[in-house]
Structure formats: structure tokens, C-alpha cells
Design a protein around this ligand. Structure first.
Ligand code: GLN
Length: 487
């Protein structure tokens, strides 16, 4: 059961080998067995999940059918769920139950999925380890002494531990792909505009995108089918004919041109990761793809541009948490200014405050031109660099992260933490689709992720490329849920 895919579950439900109630029951059992160890969830919806599952069984009996009917899923806690706590793992939203559902949640409900729970995350999705949660530290199911990645660490750990068959995460600079790589699951960040951000608590609006975490590439495609589409409530949501993302999965990679920018193999790349990625390149060649080294000259500037742009947007987005409109309000205060001050001082954690200060700094007069405007120009150059690469290549290949999951407290210097995103942020800056999939295990038994990147709206080619590797690698991934020794 922990390894059951969405696809297999769908088949079993349709031929009545399995009821939705049994399936939800299995996930609930799994949550009870594993949650004490991994702490992936902020909210556990045991009763609600069983209720949805029973409704799904009824719907099946009435001949109704939607792809995710009766499938258990988990939602990152920065997506609004009507009447259900949506905290962003922040004290400032600890008592916030939204009066509406995010579009993605509405769509999943329309399919009749069963919500197992809301996943822990870095506060307001700022972080790479989930250590910035105000509530708890989620552990990596492969080694409980290590972080699960972040900011969608709860979503990734939950899927790896079999608490649900899929989860939704959000990715502003790598927060779906990086935790997916650390936890040995598949994580897909769609093209900016493919999935509605309505009801996703904004971190950096020009970079944020919701996407699936799942056990297989096919499952990620099935979930993407369910959550994509134009939404008039999100002005950046794209009006187009959305394809069936599972349709081309099996097309193979013969003749496909894969570019590997050499900048992704610079200083700081772990030797095991490098070897695993080189093996993946060989595997693609064996399957008939053309794999070539190439270059992305602006790569070195992506991380700086990302932290300037994302913090500037965050400073603006987070100004709404003032103790009046949402969530927490400080108890004792003299006047309204004092109330704002104390509410924000007490409600936000250290990393969020750092980003707000940094963001306001780069936007302030005198520094706007030197930092913010410069970063926007760099953004354009990075986008042009990718456009040029995609004239020659169908897909770009790289490691997802420079090294596998690290230990708690290991990256207490914020700069060290930011460096774990070095391979994922260029994708968000350019608005591209990217996927991380399990590539190999290192000598210590920790998962290594392979990142693939495609042109805007070319998720079908991205997914088929990932699918081909997943098939050829045939990795069987079962996290130990144990402490792990200090290798
Ligand atoms: N780790 C990056 C950050 O801290 C990315 C976060 C994200 O994608 N939400 O900003």
C-alpha cells in the first residue's frame, strides 16, 4: 500500500478491488504509524477524509467517474481550504480559517478527492529545509536526522512516507523540486500561469506556482490534469487549450535533444550527485537521445536576482498582515502603530523578518535602481539565455540540488541555506516548467534528484522525458523511517 500509485489506485477503485473508504483508511493508518516520526502535517483530517471517501464510493456506485475520485491527497498549508486552518506555518496565521477554497482545492474537490491533511512548510514558503516552520520540524523519511527539504517539506515527506498518494506544493524558487529530490519523490513545477494561484498565499507573486508531488511521473501528470486551467480570478492564469498531460508520456526520447549547461557542474557540487547525473546522461544516450554540453552564461547571477526579486515582492505581499485583517493580533498595545509593531514582531519568524527587511531595502529610494531594477534586467537576460538554449535543445538537464538532504541545523548561515536553491531558481526566474525525479541513491542511501527543464507550456515533452528515465532506471524507493547513521 505505501507504494500504491495514483494510477494503480484509480484502476483498483474502478474495478472495485478496493473501495475509496479502504484506501483512505490505509492512508489514515499510515499517518498514525509515521506521523510521530516525521511530523509532516499541521492538520490531520481523519474524519473529513473518511467522509469524502464514503461519498466517492457512493459516486462510483452511481456511475460517476472523475480521475481523482476517492484518491487521498495532502495540501500544503499555504493554500486556502474553506473552514479549515490554513496557517502558512506562521504564528501570524495560526488562527486563520479561510472563508473560501483556493482554485486548486476547488478543482480537487470537484474530482471528489479525499483530503488527508494540510502539510507543514517553511513559514510563508521561505526556506529550503522546513526548519523555518513556526510549529514543528518535519523529518526526512529516509533519515530522520535530516531535513526533508523545503519549503514544501511536509508535502514531500508525507508522499514519501505513504500518508497520501499525492500532495500539492508551491514552488517560488525550488520549493517543490528540491524537497522532492531530498525525499525521493517526483515534484513538478508547471510553467508560470498554468495553475491558478487564486487562494495560494502569496510569497513572490511573479515566481509562485503550484504543482504536484507524487510517487511517479505519470501520477504527477494525472494531478496536473486536475489542477491546471484558466481561472479568471488569477490575472496571470493563461488562456489556452490545455492538453492531456498523460497523453505523450510513452512517446520515448529517440532523437530528443538534451542540453546540459556546464554551469550546473561548478563548485559545491557533491561527487555522488555529479556521478548520478552523468549516469542519467548516459542512460538518455542509450535510449537514443542526443545529449550535449552547453552553456547558460547568466547562471551565476540567478541566485542574487532571485533573492532580490522574491524578497521585494514578499515585503509588499506581507504588508497585509497587520493584526487587523487576518490572524494573530498582539495582546497589549498602546495605539495602532504599537499594535502593528507588536503583532508583526511577535507573529513573524526570523527568516520572514529578514526577507521583509531585505525586500524593503532593495525597494527603497536610492537602492531601487542599484538592486531591484538591476535584478529585473538580469531576469530578462536569464530568460533570453534560456530562449537561446531552447532554439537548440528540447530539454535541459541538471542536478536538482548540489547535495542530498542535510542535517538539522547544518545550514544555520542563511547564505549556506540559499545556496541549496542555486539549480532551481533560474527556472522560476524564466517562468519555465521544471521537474525533479529520483535519479539514484548516494553511498549513504539518500535520494538524489534529477532536474529536467523545458520551454514554456511544453510540459508534455518534459513529462515524457522524465517518464523515459523513470522507466529505464527502475528505482524502487522505500524510505527507512529510521534515524540513519552519520555517514
Ligand atoms: N528556498 C527558496 C526560498 O527560500 C525557495 C522557496 C520557494 O520556492 N517557496 O526562497
Amino acid at each position: 500500500m505505501p507504494n500504491l500509485t495514483v494510477k494503480e489506485a484509480m484502476e483498483n477503485l474502478r474495478c472495485r478491488k478496493l473501495s475509496a473508504e479502504e484506501l483512505a483508511g490505509e492512508c489514515i493508518k499510515r499517518v498514525k504509524e509515521t506521523e510521530g516520526k516525521i511530523e509532516a502535517l499541521n492538520t490531520f483530517c481523519e474524519e473529513g477524509a473518511l467522509r469524502s471517501a464514503k461519498q466517492a464510493d457512493k459516486a462510483f456506485a452511481q456511475g460517476k467517474d472523475f480521475p481523482l475520485l476517492g484518491i487521498p491527497g495532502i495540501i500544503k498549508d499555504n493554500m486556502c481550504t474553506k473552514g479549515l486552518s490554513s496557517t502558512c506555518s506562521s504564528k501570524i496565521l495560526c488562527n486563520f480559517s479561510p472563508p473560501y477554497d483556493a482554485t486548486v482545492v476547488e478543482k480537487l474537490k470537484g474530482h471528489g478527492y479525499a483530503l488527508i491533511g494540510k502539510a507543514n512548510m517553511d513559514e510563508f514558503a521561505m526556506g529550503s529545509s522546513t526548519e523555518n516552520s513556526a510549529f514543528k520540524k518535519t523529518k526526512n523519511p529516509w533519515d530522520l536526522s535530516r531535513i526533508p527539504g523545503g519549503s514544501s517539506g511536509g508535502s514531500a515527506a508525507a508522499v514519501a512516507a505513504g500518508q497520501a498518494l499525492f500532495a500539492l506544493g508551491s514552488d517560488t524558487g525550488g520549493s517543490i523540486r528540491q524537497p522532492a529530490s531530498y525525499c525521493g519523490v517526483v515534484g513538478l513545477k508547471p510553467t508560470y500561469g498554468v495553475v491558478s494561484r487564486y487562494g495560494l498565499v502569496a510569497f513572490a507573486s511573479s515566481l509562485d506556482q503550484i504543482g504536484p508531488l507524487a510517487n511517479t511521473v505519470e501520477d504527477a501528470a494525472i494531478v496536473l490534469n486536475a489542477i491546471c486551467g484558466h481561472d479568471e480570478r488569477d490575472s496571470t492564469s493563461v488562456h489556452m487549450q490545455y492538453p492531456d498531460y498523460t497523453e505523450k508520456l510513452k512517446d520515448g526520447v529517440k532523437g530528443l535533444k538534451i542540453g546540459v549547461p556546464k554551469e550546473y557542474f561548478g563548485e559545491g557540487l557533491d561527487a555522488d550527485v555529479k556521478e548520478a547525473i552523468q549516469n542519467a546522461m548516459k542512460a538518455y544516450e542509450d535510449m537514443g537521445a542526443i545529449v550535449e554540453e552547453t552553456t547558460l552564461p547568466t547562471f551565476d547571477y540567478a541566485l542574487s536576482a532571485y533573492y532580490i526579486i522574491s524578497s521585494a515582492e514578499a515585503a509588499s505581499n506581507l504588508s497585509r498582515y497587520d493584526g487587523v485583517k487576518y490572524g494573530y493580533r498582539a495582546k497589549d498595545y498602546k495605539d495602532i502603530v504599537d499594535m502593528y509593531y507588536k503583532t508583526r514582531t511577535e507573529g513573524f519568524g526570523a527568516e520572514v523578518k529578514r526577507r521583509i527587511m531585505f525586500g524593503n531595502y532593495v525597494l527603497s529610494s536610492g537602492y531601487y535602481d542599484a538592486y531591484y531594477l538591476k535584478a529585473l534586467k538580469v531576469r530578462t537576460l536569464i530568460k533570453r539565455d534560456f530562449d537561446r538554449l531552447f532554439e537548440a535543445y528540447d530539454v535541459i538537464l541538471s542536478p536538482t540540488a548540489p547535495a542530498p538532504a542535510f542535517r538539522f541545523g547544518e545550514k544555520s548561515d542563511p547564505m549556506q541555506m540559499y545556496l541549496t536553491d542555486i539549480y532551481t531558481v533560474p527556472v522560476n526566474i524564466a517562468g519555465l516548467p521544471g521537474i525533479s525525479l529520483p535519479c539514484s541513491l548516494n553511498a549513504g542511501g539518500l535520494p538524489i534528484g534529477l532536474q529536467l527543464i523545458a520551454k514554456p507550456f511544453d510540459e508534455q515533452n518534459l513529462l515524457k522525458t522524465a517518464y523515459a528515465f523513470e522507466r529505464s532506471a527502475g528505482l524502487i524507493l522505500e524510505p527507512s523511517l529510521k534515524g540513519g547513521d552519520a555517514k
